[in-house]
Design a binder for this molecule. Structure first.
Ligand code: NAP
Length: 471
């Protein structure tokens, strides 16, 4: 299988330097990994929640203890500013602890009285879950799926993005060192084109993808053909609505963070800024000033707020979106071009006079480019927010909290944050609607995605069952 495929190559996006090359796995290597994962699953599923929580807590400790090492690796492979890379690892540790603490409660049997002596719902693990993951939060995206999946008793094989193979191997290593059984999580170094037979393999029971909507559609087709359950966490173009009574200073500061975290490469980054006409100029001025002051530079420098984009093609896509929108009448308030140096830098950008037909509005912009659209009032703001193929998160700014709550219910997205920045939190469900995908991660909802919701009905055993009629 690997003979005709290019090596999987780790490149430092800040310099263009090749860091490492790996041969993609052969079919034999994939088979072996699946055998190991299946063997590990058979033993792991018998362990109690308390037993599963031991390596999960140890994993949290190891991620904290190795924050410098893994933080540097994240930054070197995908360019995230080092402060954010370290924060990602702390978030991973919290995610592990959340599921170590709460999995038993989330998956406790649910007794449902019927005419049986006892009837209840039990939550059984499914087996091996194939995780196809993106590079943008290379540790967190994996933990977000793996912590609940493992606490539920499953095993996993990880096909990580091809630009973060060293992170993928480090994740396998740290799970093993935390004390999870050998093989319970196996990294498969594969190109996207090698994933199809893994989805079809009978040992793989379900697939989770975090990635673009196009890949989501492809994986859903393959998994549908093989009748495998999927969870799809896909792209987003989150609106950030600023109403007339919003605290503009605060809104502009949070807007800057919401757009530019992870150098703008986040599915839940705010991308479309929808400002009510009466305050739009004021908001644009404050927002552009904040964005213009962001520190662009070497992502290993703790002062850097904006690093390079993770891949060259991502910068080219962003350039096209800005160029075409500019040609259609959008105005660049700040930024609007490549940064200096060898790496794949793009200067943080704010565009005004954006309309709904422009690429910076109707496509996902995966980098530090903000599009500001003006609207008459709150009703038009909701209409424009919903005028998107995506539906992941949404931000809304108003001092009228009752209005904020009413409007939030009308927005078509998996989450709405009023006077705050959309962020994932292990206590709350995370996911999208429309082209942002389906299924949920995190919270009690996330841990129930990869389980068999099993009805168990127990009669008296001493008389003819008076149970449900068979169908
Ligand atoms: P992508 O191309 O879809 O890649 C994501 C993963 O899918 C990678 O592991 C990739 O492997 C794999 N893949 C690509 N094509 C495949 C195929 N035909 N069959 C099987 N696997 C395939 O995504 P990206 O553009 O690099 O990442 C950014 C996207 O992810 C954005 O749209 C972003 O919004 C989305 N995202 C969503 C969330 C969320 O939670 N909703 C979170 C983060 C990112 P290779 O690297 O080998 O191609």
């Amino acid at each position: 299988m690997s003979a005709t495929l290019s090596p999987i190559t780790s490149i430092n996006p800040a310099t263009g330097e090749v860091l490492a090359r790996f041969d993609p796995f052969t079919q034999d290597e994939v088979d072996h990994a699946l055998d190991e994962a299946q063997d590990a699953f058979v033993a792991w599923r018998e362990r109690s929640f308390e037993e599963r929580a031991v390596p999960m807590r140890r994993l949290a400790s190891l991620l904290r203890a190795r924050v410098d090492r893994y933080g540097r690796l994240i930054t070197l492979e995908m360019g995230k500013p080092i402060v954010e890379a370290k924060a990602e690892l702390e978030k991973c540790a919290l995610g592990c602890e959340h599921y170590a603490d709460h999995a038993a409660r989330y998956l406790a049997d649910e007794v449902i009285p019927t005419n049986a002596k006892k009837s209840f719902v039990a939550f059984q693990p499914l087996g091996i879950v194939l995780a196809v993951m993106p590079w943008n939060f290379p540790f967190w995206q994996v933990i977000r799926f793996a912590a609940p999946a493992f606490m539920a008793g499953n095993a996993a094989v990880l096909k990580h993005a091809s630009n973060v193979p060293q992170c993928a191997l480090a994740i396998e290593e740290v799970f093993h060192e935390a004390g999870f059984p050998e093989g319970l999580l196996r990294t498969l170094l594969l190109a996207g084109s090698q994933v199809e037979p893994v989805i079809e393999d009978v040992r793989v029971r379900a697939v989770t993808l975090t990635g673009s909507s196009d890949t989501g559609s492809r994986i859903a087709q393959l998994a549908g053909r093989a009748l495998k359950k999927t969870v799809l966490e896909l792209g987003g173009s989150d609106p950030f609505i600023v109403l007339a009574d919003a605290d503009l200073d605060q809104a502009a500061k949070v807007a800057t963070r919401a757009r530019n975290q992870n150098t703008g490469q986040s599915c839940i980054a705010a991308k479309r800024f929808i400002a009510v006409e009466s305050i739009a100029s004021d908001f644009e001025r404050r927002f552009a000033a904040e964005v213009g002051a962001l520190q662009v530079g070497d992502p290993l420098d703790a002062k850097t707020q904006i690093g390079p984009l993770a891949r060259e093609d991502l910068r080219e896509a962003l350039e096209r979106q800005v160029r075409e929108s500019n040609g259609m009448g959008a105005r660049v308030l700040t930024g609007g071009g490549r940064g200096d140096g060898k790496g794949w830098y793009y200067r943080p950008t704010v565009m005004a006079d954006v309309t709904e037909d422009m690429p910076v509005f109707n496509e996902e912009t995966f980098g530090p480019v903000a599009a500001v659209v003006r609207v008459r009032d709150a009703d038009e703001a909701v209409r424009v927010a919903n005028d998107s193929a995506y539906g992941l998160g949404a931000n809304l700014w108003t001092k009228d909290l009752a209005l904020g709550e009413r409007l939030a219910r009308r927005i078509e997205s998996g989450s709405v944050f009023v006077n705050g920045m959309v962020a994932s939190d292990p206590r709350l469900p995370f996911g999208g609607v429309k082209r942002s995908g389906y299924g949920r991660e995190l919270s009690s909802y996330g841990i129930k995605e990869f389980v068999n919701i099993q009805t168990i009905w127990i009669g008296q055993g001493t008389q003819k069952p008076a149970g449900p009629q068979s169908e």
